[in-house]
Design a protein around this ligand. Sequence first.
Ligand code: GCB
Length: 602
Amino acid sequence: MFCMRRIAFFSALFFASLIAAAQQPPTLLVDIDHRPAMSLNGPWHYIVDPYHGGWGSNTSNSDVPSPRGYARDLHYVPGGPLQEYDFAKSPVIQVPGDWNSQDEKLFYYEGLLWYQRDFDYHPKAHTHIFLHIGAANYAAHVFVNDVHTCDHEGGFTPFDCEMTNAVKDGNNFVVIAVDNTRTLDHVPTIKSDWWNYGGLTRDVSVVEVPESFIDDEMLHFAGAGDLQGYVHVTGAASGSKVALRISDLHVDQSAAVGEDGRASFSFHPADLERWSPEHPRLYKVEFVAGDDHLTDDIGFRTIEVKGDQILLNGKSTFLRGVNIQGEAPYRSGRAWSDRDVNTLMGWAKELNCNFVRLAHYPHDERMTRAGDKLGIMVWSEIPVYWSIAWTNPRTLEVAKQQLHEMIRRDHNKASVILWSMSNETPISEERTAFIRKLVAQARQEDPTRLITSAMLTPFHGKTAVLDDPLGADLDVLGYNEYIGWYMGKPDEAPLFKWEDPMHKPVILSEFGGGAKAGLHGPADQRFTEEYEAEILTEQFIMFRDMPFLRGITPWVLMDFRSPTRLLPGIQDGYNRKGLLSDKGEKKKAFFVLQDYYAKVQH
Ligand code: GCB
């Protein structure tokens, strides 16, 4: 038997070796959903590994820790050498899909879990082969045929793990160890108001690209009728040509790749139709660089701020929004499928929304694609949530990486108008310094969008003064408030006075209250549908006296699982502030908001 100290030692050794052995950091190819790919979705075998073990089990000497845990393609043979795991005999789980909602035994599981599947592959010569992982919550360690190919941290952004040198012609064995242990230095940190769904929660696929390939492209409307952007080609010789075609606009442009691998474009197409919620026009744009060919569906619009107005295509707009958590309708668990997305965005449309806040982390890429197609503007956020380790440089690095991945994945989506750096972070110098670094990075990586954060509303009695110092760095101020729920009664809302000393556009990024679907009663009884509806009604009266209010996103579209919502018979493990229940039942508040949005003409 191992003593505890030995276990701790081997565990530390195991993770140190995981990190030391990594071949190279993963990359992120943009527009991956438009590339031909071989899907690895479906059943994967799994081994639950709460002790971060694997040592000894794949060697003949059980005292020797294996640096590779369960990464090897080994099988138990009766009468053969000692073998203590065998994926082929282990249970299966569906990918994509969190493990918590798939197996009752894993409902509360937080820790390490090893996924494995075989795949047949016949690599072509002179190509790069990537394993694309849409999201793995929280940390992932990838092995292909026992070659440690990459590690990734951050549970809501995609990554592409190069496995060109590991893939064989014929049968291949891929193992991904995913660990969703919460720790203080992670982003998010230990506490959040959502379920810590673990695992491979989004699509997994194999993507093959030519030796020289497009890994990034971006095209936007720069005003005055100009389209500007770039294509980045990895492996292209300086001076080689990149073509950009938009047949609907009769555009056929060509540009040369510079030393930095970038080819820049700037041109003036005639008769460009701009993207807007009323007219979500997307153009098929083709990029050709040598043997690589990529198409994207891109909308063109401008988004800017003037005083306390938000201008879309030069016109002041009011954002009729709703918050959405990345939770699947009807079945709970992480949302990832077309069906999940069509249902969630369909409800937003039904509410007459032109805007959604995707809280509190980047959602599946299908959501932002749907925003583009349906004409729903998007606020996209990284999980810098509540109090994280503001002074820990590693935490900052992880937050920056997630910001980078969020921007890179979606910087061609017309629907995305706002990058949000954080949610409800208590004011401190360390907090502001940390988020300021994120703001600088976001501006540098994407100067075409607006920057925001959801902040805590500073109340002074019945006056709200929107002066969080972080606001100085933002284009649009998001403020959360729960008058009528965590604070006062619903009908007190109209008594509040709001001040916007920074004279910037304000979005009330959260407000609302809870109701159990089907529970009816007096409007002053919490958790009735009437109480929740009353909160909205009174807030709408309050808004009349907030001329700088440029958008609202009530909390939240649908009830979602949260481990801190315990009231039996009412919450049962769900945050009940949804306009719909997790089973899709519409509460009274749904219709109150729908009616308001049908009438509101800000
Ligand atoms: C908040 C948080 C959100 C919670 C919500 C609530 O302020 O931003 O994540 O779920 O309140 O229901 O308390």
